[in-house]
Design a protein around this ligand. Structure first.
Ligand SMILES: Cc1cc2nc3c(=O)[nH]c(=O)nc-3n(C[C@H](O)[C@H](O)[C@H](O)COP(=O)(O)OP(=O)(O)OC[C@H]3O[C@@H](n4cnc5c(N)ncnc54)[C@H](O)[C@@H]3O)c2cc1C
Length: 160
């Protein structure tokens, strides 16, 4: 019997499933991928993009294009809430999605509840698109004066 498979996030952990998406389609299943951006940025290359070694286009994966080419449904949205009893996903847009099987790989995020005032020049590593904003801001500002940059966390991956 055909099932409804919903994938939340089209990042690293779902890439193999996306690569084999047609195998689900061939068996009659419906595969829906929810992600806030049409592209997924490869985090491992994020520092290289921040350091201008790569352009944003060089470090991203065309999620919508791949999903649609392989016969899946792509929804550009954020998952806000899940009702496991009703097997329903609630999206930020107000839309709801029923599922038979739900796979959740939405990565990590940097909580910013400790920032109580203006978040103006604070950039988190995730989503990786934020690194592009950081890069633009640093380049623009450092061009005008000597600036101080604070880095919170210096673990893996190594800074290049
Ligand atoms: C700079 C850097 C380097 C790294 N290097 C390594 C490494 O060398 N080796 C290693 O094993 N790991 C590495 N990691 C960790 C690795 O990237 C993560 O463990 C991995 O990405 C997690 O996979 P994921 O699919 O859950 O999340 P991600 O690949 O982050 O994908 C999550 C996707 O879900 C989407 N999403 C988020 N919230 C929602 C929501 N509410 N609704 C819908 N979609 C949502 C996001 O937009 C994103 O597209 C690195 C991380 C960083 C930041």
């Amino acid at each position: 019997m055909a099932k409804n498979l919903v994938l939340v996030g089209g990042g690293h952990a779902h890439l193999v499933t996306l690569a084999k998406l047609e195998a689900f389609r061939e068996r009659g299943h419906v595969v829906t991928v929810v992600q806030p951006s049409e592209n997924h940025y490869y985090s491992g290359m994020g520092p290289g993009m921040l350091g201008t070694t790569y352009t944003p286009e060089e470090i991203r994966f065309a999620t919508r294009q791949v999903v649609e080419q392989k016969g899946g449904v792509f929804i550009q949205d954020l998952v806000d809430r899940i009702d496991p009893v009703a097997r329903t996903v609630f999206l930020r847009s107000g839309r709801t999605l029923p599922y038979d099987v739900l796979s959740f790989n939405s990565g990590s995020y940097v909580p910013q509840t400790c920032v109580t005032q203006d978040k103006g020049d604070i950039f988190s590593v995730k989503p990786i698109e934020k690194l592009l904003q950081a890069r633009e801001r640093i380049v623009e500002w450092a061009d005008q004066e000597v600036i101080s940059i604070g880095i919170v966390g210096g673990g893996h991956p190594p800074l290049r």
